[in-house]
Design a protein around this ligand. Structure first.
Ligand SMILES: [Zn+2]
Length: 497
């Protein structure tokens, strides 16, 4: 069979002003990869496309990889970027195919469409009304009806951090092939409940999501073909943000509805445990300092969770770093401040030399009342790099990460990594590729929420969550929800009459 594979993947933070242009979908340079080049990049990697490729090549199907368009989370997708990638997919399908396998994040808001994935499927159905379509989605998908009703099978991740991207795509791809072979008759049911689980409480190492995902996987092994519980992405002010469930069964619509309702009720019943309450920043950093000075034998991790790339952060706010400097913590490695201009200034000074810069807080955040402030810092240039390394951890293993021009800037006893492309720190390679051995430092500071756990959790003695500043704020009262359906928990408490 001839199978079209494609990725159009973005998690949109509608509060973020980080621009989502075509370049953001394009890796380090050029345009989003396609064809043989994309196959070479994604084959044998822990990614959705890697999973699809594995399934198709195992059965010797012909693959047309239309485009691999994935961008780190940021603001609404520019229309021209969306149209470019969408057109690549539609052109490949128009040439004729027997099946379509799509890697869609499921929380894409474009300048014109609140459900970017639904719009793509509507366009596909206009030209290929009967071709079977598999869709794999991130656990942070915000589901809209057409994302389900216009697909043949939909599968979502069961893990956060997302270490099962490849196996999710394998599940979706295999179900699609079994359906085409006439072995199964996939029927889907979906639904949502009015709740916005907090991202900081969604990790699948913790309750309540650990148990909810375990139940979904249990049902997949028994009654259903696929069961996905999407915790959703709350930093998207759109009607359908929040928790939803998609169930795929073999031919029994009543069963699909029953399993969907069971999971939605289970999630609703534990809604209070998805609420997160931040701690004042000064208290957190004081606590971290005491923990580090107690010499626990491994670094203490200071987590700047208001400003991470993987939720659309500008990654240039300075509040947590400023507090770390003010409280005079010693032996700290920081990843990272996104500031291409400062990185260039520091690099121009040359390794070993002293330089003064205005660091960070260059991207405006009109969605927030409070803005971060640049730090006026003097320090020494420790290292200059092109910022490229290959991921070795379970999430995205095998893919090249590009931080752009990157420098290590030493201010007293704080080594600050300054980068020119947004990268979420889940792989210790963000440090080791720049000559920093994270295990040997007393403190690490990371701009991350849950994904750091992939590569750092086992390296650190303790994690201290620090409320800084940013468009991924963990304090819902700092942002305005104008478009999400109301009432919704916890914004409106339990007032659902
Ligand atoms: Zn996600």
């Amino acid at each position: 069979m001839k199978i079209v594979l494609a990725e159009l993947s973005h998690e949109t933070n509608t509060y973020s002003t980080v621009p989502t242009d075509l370049a953001r979908f394009s890796g380090a340079s050029g345009l989003p990869p396609e064809g043989e080049k994309a196959l070479d990049i994604y084959r044998d990697t822990a990614s959705c496309l890697g999973g699809y490729i594995k399934v198709c090549e195992a059965e010797n199907h012909e693959i047309v990889l239309a485009v691999a368009g994935g961008a780190a989370p940021s603001g609404p997708v520019f229309d021209d970027a969306y149209e470019y990638i969408s057109e690549k997919i539609l052109t490949a399908i128009s040439a004729g195919c027997d099946a379509i396998m799509l890697d869609l994040h499921g929380a894409m808001v474009t300048q014109s469409f609140e459900d970017g994935e639904g719009e793509l499927l509507r366009r596909i159905r206009k030209i290929a009304p009967d071709v079977p379509v598999a869709v794999c989605l991130d656990m942070h998908a915000n589901i809209y009806p057409d994302m389900v009703t216009l697909a043949t099978v939909v599968c979502g991740y069961h893990t956060y951090p997302h270490v099962d991207m490849d196996t999710t795509a394998e599940r979706a791809g295999e179900l699609l092939l079994r359906s085409i072979a006439g072995e199964i008759n996939p029927l889907m049911a979906w639904g949502n409940v009015p709740m916005l689980p907090h991202v900081m409480r969604q990790g699948t190492d913790d309750s309540p999501n650990r148990e909810l995902q375990a139940r979904a996987m249990e049902l997949e092994k028994s009654d259903a073909l696929a069961v996905s519980l999407f915790t959703g992405f709350p930093h998207a002010d759109i009607v359908n943000a929040g928790l939803s469930v998609v169930v795929v069964v073999d031919g029994d619509a009543a069963l699909a509805n029953r399993l969907r309702d069971e999971l939605l009720e289970a999630a609703w019943n534990v809604r209070e445990t998805f609420v997160y309450t931040p701690e004042p920043l000064v208290d957190s950093v004081t606590r971290a300092k005491l923990a580090g000075e107690a010499n626990p034998g491994a670094p203490v991790l200071i987590l700047d969770h208001y400003d991470n790339t993987a939720s659309g952060g500008t990654m240039d706010t300075t509040d947590v770093l400023a507090e770390v400097l003010r409280q005079d913590l010693k032996d700290v490695a920081v990843f990272a401040i996104y500031d291409p201009a400062a990185a260039q200034t520091i690099a121009d000074a040359g390794v070993g030399n002293e330089v003064s810069v205005s660091l960070g807080a260059k991207l405006a955040m009109p969605a927030l009342e409070k803005q971060s402030q640049p730090l006026q810092l003097s320090g020494r240039v420790k290292l200059i790099s092109d910022g490229r390394f290959t991921t070795t951890v379970a999430m995205s293993r095998g893919l090249v990460m590009s931080m752009g021009l990157s420098v290590v800037f030493s201010v007293g006893e704080v080594d600050i990594v300054v980068i020119s492309r947004h990268v979420e720190p889940y792989d210790p390679g963000v440090f080791t590729s720049l000559g920093i051995v994270p295990q040997q430092r007393r403190f690490l500071m990371l701009k991350s929420r849950i994904h750091y756990r992939v590569g750092f959790r086992d390296l650190v003695a303790e994690v201290v969550e620090c409320a800084g500043c940013g468009v991924c704020t963990s304090d819902y009262s700092q942002i305005e929800f104008k478009n999400v359906r109301r009432p919704i928990y916890p914004l409106d408490g339990d007032n659902f009459n």
